[in-house]
Design a protein around this ligand. Structure first.
Ligand SMILES: Cc1cc2nc3c(=O)[nH]c(=O)nc-3n(C[C@H](O)[C@H](O)[C@H](O)COP(=O)(O)OP(=O)(O)OC[C@H]3O[C@@H](n4cnc5c(N)ncnc54)[C@H](O)[C@@H]3O)c2cc1C
Length: 442
């Protein structure tokens, strides 16, 4: 028997972050909690982009799918990120991926190359309103020597047929309205989006296609019983032939028993996001006039994109005691004024944060968890675009497409030793990044 109730409360004292996106996005669909016992062909744990895209592709193929989400669709990284749609990994380039994973790596690179286009196509196909702008993504280099990074990316991605260009210092100056950078790498299929609107739009779309989403239903654990997977929550359980674990960097957030190996192979690092006041039209026209998304080569990343109301959505990092949000406001305002002196006074209307799942080699980790069960983690702050086609691949996997046809470069979970201690120390990596950022590369 399947029972479901609807309530507007979320568990315990969990709140939506006070983000720009939460403030300006219409509410998501009303979803029941999981109570009693339920069945599906495929169960997906987590309603971020990965889980929602997996469900979307399963429903397109007519497969019965149910998502079980701890809070609400988009509550995790998907609803609180910067919304830059970037069809690359953060550090590894195509040759690194192929060297590591061979033929599966080549298929993965092709998926990554097309990932931004796939996201914008999905949004168009289903009429999702998410303030999307396919304006391109640019990675300017912050020292003369780092033009090598742009050259390498341009060369490798060109070989794989990506729509990319190498930019001179003058081209970057014109594109970004700033003299701060020394050239750059431009991917024309990228762009930006309101990520929470995308998550909520996808949730509505998959419900419309006949999927089920159970919200406010943290999964405690899952296990194999006979030839089925059984997912357990406080008030119910759901049994399915196949399972996709899509809880990503938030895997350890609600239950330590959910997938400890996977929770412990990434470092959840807090990333701060902030949105300025809307810029005046004159100023806006002189800063990234064609509205590309931008993130540069600093380890302590400089990044910015416009929202639909001409706020610059950016962010930063701080360590140490004191009010982090207030310290960030001062630090990032000074940075914006240094990069774009024409910006004038800067104030921030929103400051929020979320966990980015970092791996030690900046590679994503994709796993086969058992018969007909898959999962992944390790977005390294770069998977708004990737999660769309990844969901398509995970959907193929649970439908029985042979592994040698999938663009899923599988690896075994490798947990980080002394995870709890290192999690406390991880913010100190910022000091190392700052040191490296200040040094020229040879
Ligand atoms: C602050 C920030 C900025 C970022 N900026 C960018 C960017 O600009 N561009 C880019 O490409 N990438 C960016 N990223 C990364 C990007 O947001 C992620 O790669 C992407 O959203 C991952 O989606 P996901 O569905 O895999 O995970 P999530 O969106 O985190 O979804 C996981 C879901 O699982 C649920 N869950 C967890 N545990 C349980 C449980 N026990 N039971 C049920 N449900 C559970 C969570 O509630 C959550 O909704 C950023 C990330 C952060 C945090």
């Amino acid at each position: 028997m399947q029972m479901a109730t609807t309530t507007s409360n979320i568990p315990g004292n969990v709140q939506w972050p006070q983000s720009l996106w939460a403030a300006q996005t219409p509410p998501g669909p009303d979803c029941p909690t999981l109570e009693g016992s339920a069945h599906a062909d495929v169960v997906v744990i987590g309603a971020g982009f990965t889980g929602l895209s997996t469900a979307l592709h399963l429903r397109e193929a007519g497969v019965d799918v149910a998502i079980v989400e701890a809070i609400e669709p988009g509550w995790g990284a998907s609803g609180r990120n910067n919304g830059q749609v970037i069809p690359t990994l953060s550090r590894p380039d195509p040759d690194d991926i192929v060297a590591r994973h061979g033929a599966a790596g080549e298929r993965f690179v092709a998926v990554l190359r097309d990932s931004a286009a796939a996201l914008f196509d999905t949004v168009r196909r289903y009429g999702i309103e998410a303030e999307q702008e396919q304006a391109g993504w640019v990675q300017p280099v912050h020292s003369p020597g780092r033009i090598k990074i742009a050259e390498r990316r341009f060369k490798q991605w060109s070989t794989f047929g990506a729509d990319v260009e190498l930019l001179s210092r003058e081209q970057v100056r014109d594109m970004l309205g700033s003299n701060a950078w020394y050239g750059g790498f431009w991917n024309k299929t990228g762009g930006h989006i309101n990520p929470l609107a995308l998550a909520r739009g996808l949730a509505r779309t998959v419900l419309g296609l006949g999927a089920r989403i159970y919200a406010r239903s943290p999964v405690i654990d899952f296990e194999r019983r006979g030839d089925r997977w059984v997912v357990r929550t406080e008030k119910g359980e759901l049994s399915a032939r196949a399972l996709v674990l899509a809880s990503n960097a938030y895997s350890g957030e609600f239950s330590k028993a959910l997938a400890p190996d996977i929770a412990h192979e990434v470092m959840p690092v807090l990333s701060w996001q902030m949105a300025t006041q809307p810029l005046s039209d004159n100023v806006r026209k002189s800063i990234i006039p064609a509205r590309q998304a931008m993130s540069d080569t600093h380890g302590e990343l400089y990044f910015a994109r416009y929202d639909a109301r001409n706020r610059l959505v950016t962010g930063g990092a701080v360590i140490g005691p004191g009010n982090k949000a207030e310290r960030l406001k001062a630090r990032v305002a000074e940075r914006l004024q240094r990069l774009w002196p024409q910006i004038g006074e800067v104030s921030f209307d929103y400051v929020w944060n979320g966990y980015v799942g970092m791996t030690t080699d900046y590679m994503p980790r994709i796993h086969k968890l058992g018969p007909d069960a898959y999962g992944w983690t390790g977005c390294n702050g770069r998977a708004v675009a990737l999660t769309m086609p990844l969901g398509a691949e995970l959907a193929k996997a649970v439908r029985g497409v042979p592994e040698n046809e999938l663009a899923l470069p599988f690896s075994e979970p490798v947990t980080i030793p002394a995870h709890a201690l290192l999690r406390k120390l991880a913010p100190l990596m910022l000091l190392l990044y700052r040191q490296r950022d200040a040094r020229e590369v040879s």
